[in-house]
Design a binder for this molecule. Structure first.
Ligand code: NAP
Length: 475
């Protein structure tokens, strides 16, 4: 692993004395260090991104698409090294890291294709000698702030769409997992991205956030992370009225109706809960099971959970470590809070002996709505399970949260499906499936889970402005 990985500003790799240490969550050992940007370097990144925008925004969509296609190819060719870096710095099982590289690369390929399809529109003018139309223009310098839980895919979903639209980017990855983003930066330079079009800054998040959100040359903030920081960025961006997209936290209900295929529901739940040790924004966060099958379902689920292998991501495990001590403390706090209010542990409930950052897959029963485990995102391998009797009760319980990102439900009854789709207040639904992520998915949430959508056929939209023209002329 490279020592003192630098910052990418205007096509140059800068190295500073001040660094941030990067640790392997599996054993807590230091794996590398990256340069921490100072205020001047952060300001320079804005200046260079602004200057590069003047030419990049004028390149043809075809030109941008070709560079992105090269970047896609390089990303796929680097699958082994990228997935090793992801597992090393995030702890997730290597198979999941490989899947993330493919998922992350799919956004680059998709954006390369969508770049060619951006279009304006000629409108039917109500007056003679007048043309009315609108065109699409890139918004300008984009700041992309990304989390540690998908160190590649959250970067590519934003950056490739912004570049395809003709924007330039300043990327601030999480200080917990910057190595993947820096490797991605190397590939972007190799793919032929001109200087200043993609800049990567690591360092003090508060300082970086303040300098970037308050600068009027930055036109767009695209953020994926916690609702708390999303609200702060929204507030700080208001002084310059920036265009802002927010992909924030979730509190996903996973619902099993009595008529569901139970084996299918269990496998879907395992994927939706334990992928990345429960550290995904669309992780199942509350399990609702219909009364008639409650005991039978839980019995089978416990048998399945006991088969999960907890361990080092490099050794064929199913559940890796959590990212930090803070994350362990949070889920411990959720468990203690639930137990103090009458909750009972069905399986797990404590730290695993495997290592400091491991927690046993846990089911908590006897849940009530005053518990933190019901209302807060836990971001770990723990789940409260709640019994329900009717569709209406389920809808009310599932919607009883400030979040609205993803929801899952399992049923074979077609007449129920539409009612649930219409009434669940969530941006994305999985029906008889625990996997919903795809480049085709307009990814995003309702309520405090965010503003806007990423990916999908609309992936360029967040990075484009609409310019309307009304043109009168003589005969
Ligand atoms: P976070 O603490 O909000 O951090 C996200 C990013 O914001 C990181 O790069 C972080 O930098 C940076 N940051 C922290 N404080 C900042 C500040 N004052 N100004 C500017 N940037 C700042 O979230 P996280 O713990 O990394 O990620 C987990 C959260 O992300 C969960 O809530 C999860 O649901 C959400 N998430 C949502 C989606 C989605 O698509 N909706 C996808 C993935 C994750 P440092 O890491 O360097 O502190």
């Amino acid at each position: 692993m490279n020592k003192n990985f630098g910052l990418l500003v205007n096509g140059k790799w800068l190295k500073n004395k001040k660094t941030i240490d990067i640790f392997n969550p599996f054993d807590g050992k230091k794996i590398s260090e990256v340069s921490s940007a100072d205020s001047n370097q952060i300001k320079d990144s804005i200046k260079f991104a602004h200057s590069a925008f003047q030419s990049w925004s004028k390149t043809s969509a075809k030109f941008r698409s070709e560079i992105l296609k090269k970047l896609f190819k390089l990303t796929i060719e680097s699958k082994d090294s990228l997935s090793e870096i992801i597992t090393l710095e995030s702890g997730k099982p290597l198979e999941e890291s490989k899947a993330e590289v493919e998922y992350g690369a799919s956004f680059i390929e998709w954006a390369a294709e969508q770049a060619l399809r951006s279009e304006g529109k000629l409108l039917e003018s109500p007056e003679n000698n007048k043309k009315m139309f609108y065109i699409k223009r890139p918004v300008g310098v984009v700041v992309a702030i990304t989390p540690w839980n998908f160190p590649l895919a959250m970067v590519t979903r934003k950056v490739s769409a912004a570049l395809a639209a003709g924007c330039t980017v300043i990327l601030k990855p999480s200080e917990l997992t910057p190595l993947t983003a820096l490797k991605f930066g190397e590939l972007a330079v190799k793919a032929g991205l001109p200087n200043g079009v993609l800049n990567i800054i690591n360092g003090n998040p508060k300082l970086i956030g303040e300098l970037l959100t308050k600068n009027s040359l930055v036109k767009k903030i695209t953020f994926t992370g916690s609702t708390k920081i999303g609200k702060l960025l929204m507030k700080d961006s208001s002084s310059t009225v920036k265009n802002i997209s927010l992909e924030l936290g979730g509190n996903a209900p996973f619902v099993v109706f009595a008529d569901a295929d139970i084996s299918n529901a269990i496998e879907g739940f395992i994927a939706a809960k334990f992928r990345n040790a429960g550290q995904t924004c669309i992780s199942a966060n509350r399990l609702f099971v219909e009364e008639k099958i409650f005991d039978k379902f839980l019995k089978k689920l416990v048998v399945r959970i006991k088969k999960l292998k907890i361990g080092n991501g490099f050794e064929k495990s199913d559940v890796g470590p959590l990212i930090s001590e803070k994350a362990i403390k949070k889920i411990k706090n959720h468990i203690d809070d639930a137990l103090s209010k009458g909750g009972e542990i069905l399986i797990g409930g404590k730290k695993s002996k495997i290592g400091k950052l491991f927690f046993e897959p846990t089911i908590v029963t006897n849940i009530n709505k005053s518990m933190k485990i019901f209302s807060n995102e836990n971001f770990g391998p723990i789940i409260p399970v709640i019994k329900f009797k009717s569709d209406d009760e389920l809808i009310q319980l599932a919607n009883d949260t400030n979040y609205g990102l993803a929801a899952y439900f399992y049923t074979k009854k077609a007449s129920r499906v539409w009612k649930i789709i219409e009434n669940l207040e969530y941006g994305m639904l999985g029906i008889n499936s625990g996997k919903i992520s795809s480049y085709l998915n307009p990814f995003g949430g309702l309520k405090e889970s965010g503003v806007g959508r990423e990916g999908s056929i609309q992936c360029l939209e967040p990075f484009l402005e609409t310019k309307f023209v009304s043109w009168s002329y003589d005969d």
